[in-house]
Design a protein. Structure first.
Length: 541
């Protein structure tokens, strides 16, 4: 006679509790990143189910969070967080800068241990809300989760990499929900699914009626189906666009070390020039180079500057170029120069570059946190590039219909930062990046998925040019119109829409985070008032 479901669940729980199996949180944490790119159908059809693994991956974390005593729960949720973090960021170890290997390894260890702290935070919040709020926890905890994700986008120490909602990026019908809620709405959906399934298993374990939990799960499945149906309708409705621009992405795949020395620089520039003239045969209306695609201080290097003017004169094609820039400082006790990671725009028939200097700098890699507020920190040298922050959110006008907003590297992973530029009039996102430091890891795939999400949120096209890949053309609903592989040298040319689709997210911003914050506050106020009334009643008794 087959066992009843609750027997299987209890047998599994008994096996786990029989010994102090500290290895289990570590193993469960290893699976955390399997729902993120490149584990999806776009890499291989056999991986199609992996994004939906996000609907159950938090269940072990919930189990560990509810263990007794409190210290054990705190320790095990942190153990879960360590492999969950390192599987997301291990690509940092591939950064190969001479003489800095030990520092890079130390930085990876420190980042892993720091980011892993968010998991015991999630776990203890789940423990608290589960025991204090009862059924309200089903909505309250997802609200807390996305507020913490939003908090990861704020301040000089911000690093909002691989938020949970990005796992659904390749599932385009469902991902269209981001046009309403942003990526945070997808994260809310995923956390909600985990709680519903956990509550169902918990009811089975306790051999109580599961009718309510089954109904909730069916309602969730129904909502997911309706969302996917609406997403398919949206994709079909926006299958063609009126205003299109032909773009060529120059993926020159040159290691930064190969630009060093004049001979190496000239060779790298010649390789890039061959790609430029090859791309010109497809008659694009815009050429886009990657971050540091011309690896010099372009405005100060007259020979290279004249080379780009020659390209412009002969091809009559506007160019967006990733490069470096510096400005001299006078009467500044901390800086003799301000060095910028920059983008230059060269329009046809012009003899000047329009600059954009990167605003969002990678903490500890491109600048020390809080250096702007405390300039004395510039005296420290931890191997960072020590770039200055740009101030102007520039938009480039290309032709009569296209207004392109440039974003360098990880700037594209900030939803509100990108949305602000779109609301200022941009109808094309241009992401220049260099992911070549990261090797053949999941880093470039995750970065590309995050950039792609910005198109869905804001209803605008994206062109992403990466030095070593993944370069791609994305339409306003997130469809990839063309892409390159990793470590290939090629020019990718295709047509991209300069139409803008009005989205709820672009209009109202992070409303779901704001609504969640209000809901959290009201829930805690209600808890406080209930406890206060109970305390007063007992005091008067």
């Amino acid at each position: 006679m087959p066992k009843k479901p609750h027997v299987y669940v209890r047998d599994l729980a008994a096996w786990y509790r029989a010994k102090n199996r500290l290895w289990l949180p570590l193993v469960c944490g290893l699976f955390y990143s399997l729902c993120q790119p490149p584990f999806n159908h776009e890499s291989h059809p056999a991986l199609a189910v992996f994004p939906f693994a996000s609907f159950v991956l938090l269940i072990p974390l919930f189990v560990f969070a509810l263990e007794q005593p409190f210290k054990r729960a705190l320790f095990k949720t942190y153990l879960f967080g360590i492999p969950a973090s390192i599987t997301q960021f291990y690509w940092i170890a591939n950064v190969d800068i001479q003489g800095l290997f030990l520092l890079i390894m130390a930085a990876l260890l420190a980042l892993t241990l720091f980011i892993a702290l968010v998991f015991p935070l999630y776990g203890m919040l789940f423990r608290f809300t589960k025991t204090r709020f009862g059924p309200l926890n089903t909505v309250l905890f997802p609200a807390l989760w996305i507020c913490i994700e939003y908090g990861r986008t704020l301040g000089d120490m911000s690093f909002p990499w691989a938020l949970l909602g990005y796992s659904l990026t390749p599932v385009l019908p469902v991902a269209q929900l981001a046009s309403v809620t942003g990526v945070y709405g997808l994260s809310f959906l995923i956390v909600l699914a985990n709680i519903l399934i956990f509550d169902l298993l918990h009811a089975v374990y306790n051999t109580v009626s599961v009718k309510r939990q089954v109904v909730y799960c069916l309602v969730f499945v129904g909502f997911l189906c309706i969302t996917a149906g609406w997403g398919l309708f949206r994709l079909a409705r926006h299958s063609g666009f009126n205003n299109e621009l032909r773009v060529s992405l120059i993926q020159n795949n040159i290691d930064q070390a190969h630009w060093n020395g004049r001979i190496s620089f000239d060779t790298a520039l010649a390789v890039t020039e061959n790609l430029v003239y090859s791309a010109a045969k497809d008659r694009p209306g815009l050429l886009v180079f990657p971050e540091s695609g011309i690896y010099c201080y372009l405005e100060r290097d007259m020979a290279t500057k004249q080379t780009l003017f020659r390209w412009s004169d002969s091809l009559k094609i506007p160019m967006i170029v990733g490069t470096l820039h510096y400005e001299r400082e006078s009467n500044n006790p901390y800086y003799n120069y301000r060095v910028y990671n920059s983008v230059f725009f060269l329009d046809t028939g012009k003899r000047e570059f329009l600059p954009y200097h990167k605003i969002k700098l990678v903490p500890f890699s491109e600048a020390l946190p809080f250096e702007g507020a405390f300039p004395v920190l510039s005296r420290l040298n931890l191997g960072e590039s020590d770039f200055a922050r740009g101030k102007e959110p520039v938009i480039f006008s290309i032709g009569t219909n296209c207004r392109a907003a440039p974003f360098l590297c990880y700037e594209i992973i900030y939803p509100a930062f990108v949305r602000q530029r779109v609301n200022n009039g941009a109808n094309l996102l241009v992401n220049l990046t260099n992911d070549g430091w990261w090797g053949r890891s999941n880093g470039p795939f995750q970065h590309a998925a995050m950039a792609r999400m910005r198109s869905i949120e804001n209803g605008v096209s994206l062109v992403r040019c990466a030095n070593s890949g993944i370069s791609m053309l994305v339409d306003p609903v997130g469809r990839i119109r063309g892409s390159t592989g990793l470590y290939t040298r090629e020019a990718l040319t295709g047509s991209i829409a300069c139409d803008r689709l009005q989205t709820v997210y672009c209009t109202f911003g992070d409303w779901i985070v704001q609504l969640s914050a209000v809901f959290i506050i009201l829930s805690f106020v209600k808890l406080f008032l209930t406890r206060y009334k109970t305390f007063k009643r007992r005091s008067n008794a």
